[in-house]
Design a protein around this ligand. Structure first.
Ligand code: ADP
Ligand code: ZN
Length: 758
């Protein structure tokens, strides 16, 4: 029955009926028909959240359609419509259906991702609210014989209006007894009320005056403004070099949507990493609590519960959020902004494996509104769409106030390696991680009281720990990767599954007990920097040091206030940060990104370079960037050196076209997983035959191959990569097949449409 879901003729969404087809809340799709009781016929709509009987119990689900004829006779009656606002609009439901269809996922799993069960089950908190009772004048209060403190408290509350007891006590320096006393006197009432959590609170509004737009900004904003006013689907790609002021274009566009009485959605790749943008949106539009809502999976279920209610009822007019916010139930949506549209964090790593940028474009199309994708180095998919005229390209070619882009210098480490071997011997090159050029530049910047950022593509201290005697490398017991050595904590950790073990006392392969720490990570670079510049204040920023809630905003503030001179970090330091005093960016290590077994490796490295380079020279002084590498001629490095996005894009697009990679084609990745290597390989081979037969003419496939990391979290993985130009049909066929596929408990199959990780 589930497969009928996506065949248009089954839908009668605009109608109500006496039979409702309900998608039950299950892992897999299960649709049942129920009779709609007379009393509910007028209220029930497609997307309604309902309670239905199932065997001897009750469960919940969503009304998907009103079939003209029930699937079976003798239907049971639907019990009730949810009283909570968990109904999905028809637009949202149909968007979810598209996601489920395109990404080969159960619709139930997609709806669970839009509105997770724990979020629905959470309750809005109740707190004590204090309010003055009407009908009292000062003179009358005087006659009651209140103490002066009581009277002051009462007068203050009259000014403030109804207030939450906890905050009232804090702001007036009173204790709860005084309010209880006022209740006894009949002047004040104290009652429990629902208090929605607003994770953003209300920041003070930002500087009132808006900057005068640069010419490019004005042009881009004008195009978006016209589109917002005209109403209708129009996708834009805002390609603006780092520091060109893309954020201001987003903010003006959001303001325009609001002034037209519409709402707006702003997507960011990872909310925790972009506190600056969230703050800007909040300070520009958050003039009353709840107007700007936040949505991402790190909020508690209770917070999301309250945010959902705020959004549905229209109290929230702007939603800022990560990936899953693309489904935020905003009404009257007038604009979607996707910041850093090239980021792979927009792709979800579990079912439904959707790409939020692509879903945003699809949502905008269905809602008939503009969508603004922004980046300093657009994904080649989006750029190709712009070249083909599917997206309108808006360019911000120069930095605000005509600040120049930083000068990029390449430091060729190959020479260095040879020299240091010849001169100092293999074992003890001093601080080999920072080249003399980079050190010299750091010294210069420190002397000028400027700041520097050093980028390293790995956290921890060393990439691997190797036995000095036999050369054995410590591997993760669950994954086929080497463990990373972390000095903070003196342990070895797997960056794929989270496994951690103490620093070994002995080698597991030989009697030796000495180890070499090979390669580097953020911790080791901090150590090198501190050794070279003992008086400099160095701040480390990676997911280890920033794990605590609030650590990142605190660290960013500390760096902005110049309590630190040098910031050492992973990609966390490359994204969206704006520090005008930073004039030097050192790319300590990037080579690892150049040679990943992935056709996007050059693109990723190039994006990373451009992004991190863009942190330099955002203030009055021109910045420089030092890139240390052993592959100075790699195109990603050469094009980044000249800030030449177009050059890079053209060359890489040529390569993609010649080898049949996206955006020239689309990819479909099937991954079989099992605890048994043998079972996994055999299942993959036998099922691949069946899949190829079914997709004959729709997709072309290679061979079953072991995944680049064969074993991950204890599961062996084999994969099949298919190429297609007819993804919609191919995924429909595949979805049907997966639904009927005999489930094997010992081998899992994952279908990844438009994969971004291999
Ligand atoms: P991008 O995201 O394109 O790298 P930002 O949006 O972070 O750039 O803008 C860089 C800086 O320039 C920010 O401090 C921003 O406040 C400022 N800015 C943006 N537009 C203008 C403008 N028109 N005039 C002056 N300053 C601006
Ligand atoms: Zn592991």
């Amino acid at each position: 029955m589930a497969s009928q879901l996506f065949e248009g003729q089954e839908f009668r969404s605009d109608q109500r009926g006496s039979v409702a087809r309900v998608l039950l809340e299950r892992k897999r799709d299960c649709l049942l028909d129920y009779a709609v009781p007379e009393r509910l016929v007028k209220q029930i709509e497609v997307g309604a959240h309902v309670r239905v009987p199932l065997r001897r119990a009750e469960t919940t689900g969503w009304v998907i359609s009103f079939p003209a004829r029930p699937a079976v006779e003798g239907l049971r009656e639907l019990s009730a419509i949810s009283s909570e606002p968990f109904h999905l609009s028809a637009t949202l439901l149909h968007l979810a259906e598209w996601v489920a269809g395109y990404y080969c996922a159960p619709l139930a799993a997609t709806l669970a991702c839009i509105l997770p069960a724990p979020v629905r089950r959470a309750r809005t908190q109740e707190q004590l609210l204090v309010a003055c009772l009407p009908g009292w004048e000062e003179a009358a209060v005087d006659r009651l014989g209140c103490s002066p403190r009581e009277k002051r408290a009462w007068a203050r509350l009259r000014e403030l209006g109804p207030s939450w007891l906890t905050e009232l006590c804090a702001s007036t320096g009173t204790g709860p007894q005084i309010w209880k006393k006022l209740v006894e006197r009949g002047l004040v009432e104290l009652r429990k009320a629902q208090r929605a959590r607003h994770p953003l609170g209300s920041l003070p509004p930002g500087p009132g005056e808006l900057p005068v737009l640069t010419e490019d900004q004005a042009g881009a904003f004008e195009a978006v403004r016209t589109a917002i006013r005209q109403n209708g689907f129009s996708p834009f790609l805002l390609f603006g070099v780092t520091g060109s002021g893309k954020t201001e274009v987003y903010l003006r566009s959001v303001g325009e949507a609001l002034s037209q009485g519409r709402s707006a959605l702003v997507l960011v790749p990872e909310i925790a990493l972009t506190p600056q943008l969230v703050e800007q949106v909040q300070s520009r539009f958050g003039d009353r609590p709840g107007k700007v809502a936040l949505w991402h999976s790190r909020l508690s279920a209770g917070e999301r519960h309250d945010q959902w209610r705020d959004i549905v009822c229209g109290r929230a007019r702007v939603v800022v959020g990560a990936r899953s916010a693309v489904f935020a139930p905003l009404r009257g949506l007038g604009l979607i902004v996707v910041d850093e549209e090239h980021e792979s964090a927009y792709k979800q790593g579990e079912t439904p494996r959707y790409h939020a940028r692509d879903v945003a474009v699809m949502r905008a199309r269905r809602e008939g509104i503009p969508v603004l994708l922004g980046s300093a180095c657009p994904s080649l998919e989006s750029y190709a769409n712009a070249l083909a005229g599917k997206y309108r390209l808006l360019e911000l070619r120069v930095r605000v106030e005509d600040r120049p882009l930083p000068l990029v210098r390449i430091v060729d480490l190959r020479r260095r390696a040879k020299k240091s071997r010849a001169v100092v011997g293999a074992s003890s090159p001093e601080r080999p991680w920072l080249s003399p050029e980079l050190q010299e530049e750091l010294a210069k910047r420190l002397a000028l009281r400027e700041q520097a950022i050093l980028y390293v593509n790995r956290r921890g201290y060393a990439r691997v720990l190797q036995c000095s005697d036999c050369g054995a490398v410590k591997e993760c017991p669950h994954c086929s990767v080497a463990l990373t050595y972390h000095r903070a904590g003196e342990n070895l950790r797997c960056h794929f599954c989270g496994h951690s073990e103490p620093f070994p006392t002995a080698c597991s392969a030989c009697p030796g007990g000495r180890f070499d720490a090979l390669g580097t990570g953020t911790e080791r670079i901090v150590e090198s920097v501190e050794a070279a510049f003992p008086s400099a204040k160095v701040l480390r920023m990676d997911s280890d040091s920033m794990a605590k809630k609030g650590a990142l905003p605190d660290a960013l503030r500390a760096f902005a206030e110049r309590r630190f001179d040098i910031l050492v970090g992973t990609q966390m330091v490359a994204k969206g940060l704006h520090f005008p005093r930073v004039t030097l960016v050192g790319v300590v290590q990037i080579d690892g990104l150049l040679h990943m077994p992935d056709f996007r490796s050059a693109e990723r490295a190039f994006q990373q370079l451009l992004q991190v380079a863009g942190r330099s020279g955002r203030g009055e002084t021109r910045g420089v960037v030092y890139v240390q590498t052993r592959c100075p001629v790699h195109p990603a490095i050469q094009f980044a050196r000249h800030h030449d996005y177009r050059g890079f894009a053209e060359q890489d697009l040529d390569f993609r076209t010649s080898f049949g990679y996206p955006p020239a084609t689309r990819l479909l990745l099937l991954i079989w997983k099992s605890r048994s290597d043998e079972l996994c390989r055999r299942a993959a081979e036998s099922e691949a035959g069946e899949i190829r037969r079914r997709l004959d003419g729709l997709a072309e496939g290679g061979e079953i191959l072991p995944a680049p990391i064969l074993r991950l979290q204890g599961a062996f993985r084999y994969q099949l990569l298919l190429k297609t130009n007819r993804m919609v049909e191919a995924s429909r066929v595949l979805k049907r097949w997966t639904e009927t596929r005999t489930r094997r408990t010992e081998v899992d199959l994952v279908v990844d449409v438009d994969p971004v990780e291999f």
